[in-house]
Design a protein around this ligand. Structure first.
Ligand code: FIX
Ligand code: ZN
Length: 453
């Protein structure tokens, strides 16, 4: 009996066409845990975004519209949301062919929901979304996207969000929190007065007492949100160690909090905020970062588990190499400007070659509910294709895989690695506000700060 005959006897798939079919099916039907989104559960009310106007005014599409139309950013922002959506539709979908990834995404969503992808205007789509109940719509979308769990981005300084955490007893259990650290880590100067308003005695120059106070603030939010992890975005010039307030907050607050509460820290490195401030939320850019800073953090904090994604294509190979050296480092996702089929293909190939299945291939970064359909649909196609290539090469080398092995590999990448990293999904007490009674959340009487991350 040949080796291949032995493998086939154990259920392996020696036929390439069949292998491809099985891989495509497994990747398509394995429910994913979406480990980084900006979606909020329906209980967050108007902060929970869905529908055609939101889809079309996604910041990715705003910049594309401004490139194809003679209109300034100011003129665009002066319009109301439905005028903006009408303009985006006319510009990118009627007068031009929707070839970019973000425009194709809208087409994928419309098709999946049975809507006309070549409509001259938005009347049909608007009527469709008006007729949906959000609760039912969330089920339909999660089903179509085959997403079992959504990880939100939660800002403990957002007055609007805090109100929900304070008053809502039962936030949809499929939506999990991430404690977002950007204001603390990247905007310490403005966050100090805010913390003081909230009743925490914190000094701008930092001290052991200030650190303890900020950790007390985090402790309260960890108890309330039960986050799956903490997360922070970092600029391209991020250095570790450094002698700035960011370094102090990381060392004295964020990393000790991760240790104390056993929470993983997700770092998203390489953003250049406000490259073109006139574009507002759409004005951020990308820059090449220094992966050795992350390596130093992993080495200094071996008991902290890091999830890491870099925004620059040029950093991807170094991230894989760093992950080979540090088993407390988990690369994840193809972030933002990398979330395009050509680049996902390249990054996923590189990760499979260097790390096997010990990485998390993608997150959606969805801001609007229905984006889950296209972001996952498009990424799954690429992940399946890339995995097929790897299995085919393995087959050529003399090892055929079974359906069970394919399922094991895909499950590991789409959910298992994350679950293992965070030690399982936490459960929130169904008495949200009660968790706050020990120390009532005080919020300052001032307008909410707009969250752009
Ligand atoms: O910082 C982040 O989490 C980024 O993903 C966002 O700020 C960014 O605007 C985005 O939506 C990228 O996809
Ligand atoms: Zn994000």
């Amino acid at each position: 009996m040949t080796i291949m005959e032995k493998l086939v006897e154990r259920g392996a798939l020696p036929d390439v066409a069949q292998l491809r079919r099985e891989v495509a099916e497994v990747v398509k039907t394995t429910p994913v845990i979406d480990i980084h989104t900006h979606l909020l559960a329906p209980e967050f009310g108007e902060m929970s975004l869905f529908g055609i106007d939101e889809l079309l005014t996604y910041h990715y599409l705003i910049v594309e519209t401004l490139r194809s139309r003679n209109i300034t950013a100011e003129q665009f922002w002066d319009m109301n949301m439905s005028e903006q959506a009408d303009l985006v539709w006319k510009t990118l979908f009627v007068e031009n062919t929707p070839l970019s990834e973000a425009t194709r995404g809208v087409v994928t969503v419309l098709s999946a929901l049975g809507l006309d992808t070549g409509a001259p205007d938005l009347s049909e789509a608007r009527a469709f979304f008006r007729s949906r109940s959000l609760a039912e719509h969330v089920n339909v979308v999660l089903d179509l996207a085959c997403v079992s769990d959504v990880v939100m981005t939660n800002d403990p300084f957002s007055t609007q969000e805090v109100k929900v955490w304070e008053t809502c007893t039962d936030i949809d259990k499929r939506f999990h929190a991430t404690l977002r650290m950007d204001r603390l880590v990247n905007d310490w100067e403005h966050t100090v007065p805010r913390l003081n308003q909230l009743g925490y005695q914190v000094e701008a120059r930092g001290s052991a007492k200030s650190a303890a106070e900020v950790r007390r603030f985090l402790g309260k939010w960890i108890a309330t949100m039960r986050p799956v992890c903490m997360a922070v975005s970092l600029p391209a010039e991020f250095k570790f160690p450094d002698n700035d307030s960011r370094d102090w907050v990381l060392r004295e607050v964020a990393l000790p909090a991760a240790q104390e509460h056993g929470l993983a820290l997700a770092v998203m490195v390489g953003v250049r905020r406000g490259v073109n401030p006139a574009l507002r939320v759409a004005g951020d850019g990308a820059g090449r970062a220094d992966v050795t800073s992350l390596e130093r953090m992993c080495a200094e904090y071996p008991d902290v588990r890091f999830l890491a994604t870099f925004l620059s294509r040029e950093n991807q190979h170094e991230l894989c190499v760093a992950a080979r050296k540090f088993s407390n480092l988990m690369p994840f996702g193809c972030w933002w400007f990398l979330n395009n089929p050509s680049i996902i293909t390249e990054i996923t190939r590189e990760r499979l070659e260097l790390l096997g299945t010990s990485f998390i291939p993608q997150h959606s970064d969805a801001r609007i509910l229905e984006q889950l359909i296209y972001k996952w649909g498009h990424s799954r196609d690429v992940i399946a294709e890339t995995l097929c290539e790897s299995y085919e090469r393995l087959l050529q080398s003399g090892r055929a895989v079974t359906r069970q092995e394919i399922e094991r590999d895909v499950t590991r990448m789409l959910r298992g690695n994350f679950l293992e990293w965070i030690g399982g999904l936490p459960t929130r007490p169904s008495t949200g506000p009660a968790a706050l009674t020990a120390e009532k959340v005080r919020q300052p009487e001032e307008p909410d700060v707009v969250t752009t991350y």
